[in-house]
Design a protein around this ligand. Sequence first.
Ligand code: IMP
Ligand code: MG
Length: 181
Amino acid sequence: MHEDIEEVLFTEDELARRVEEIGAAITRDYADAAQEGIVLVSVLRGAAIFMADLARAIKLPVEMDYMAISSYGNGAKSSGVVRILKDLSSEIEGRHVIVAEDILDSGLTLSYLLKNLASRHPASIAVATLLRKKTRAQADIDCRYIGFECPDQFIVGYGLDYAERYRNLPYIGVLKPELYS
Ligand code: IMP
Ligand code: MG
């Protein structure tokens, strides 16, 4: 896989350090929220690796739950079509929800998801995104925790795929454009 990467953007060490920092911030911010219950929600499949690491960096009891929504298919561009493929297993009413996202690009996926989750009346909702792309147009989403800003290029690794490949790369890098154009 390494030969398909044009440039490494975030090394394994940099990712680990940043995830620890976000976990520490959540631990501080939610210290008084633990009695209502904290549910970490990850959007499959890209955010599962980030959430698995983030959950262990949070020093409070948290539940982990998963949703799958379609957005990209196998391509590199957002289709704008969002559909729930798998819903949460737990009830979130009255509980504190933290949505762990891998990457915020157009924001279409997340803005749909947040509206959907808000309609279930949680005590609060916050977003922790590992990456936020610097794009021209992005839905206005309030992300409480952001790992890194990244350039508007197609990137893979640490959960992020191209056509289901590269998710298991331990770092994040830019995929050589000739591989998808
Ligand atoms: P959005 O709806 O445009 O914000 O797209 C968000 C989703 O698209 C992310 O959760 C990723 O699954 C996927 N995505 C966006 N940009 C990239 C990328 O550069 N590499 C891999 N997946 C991406
Ligand atoms: Mg995703």
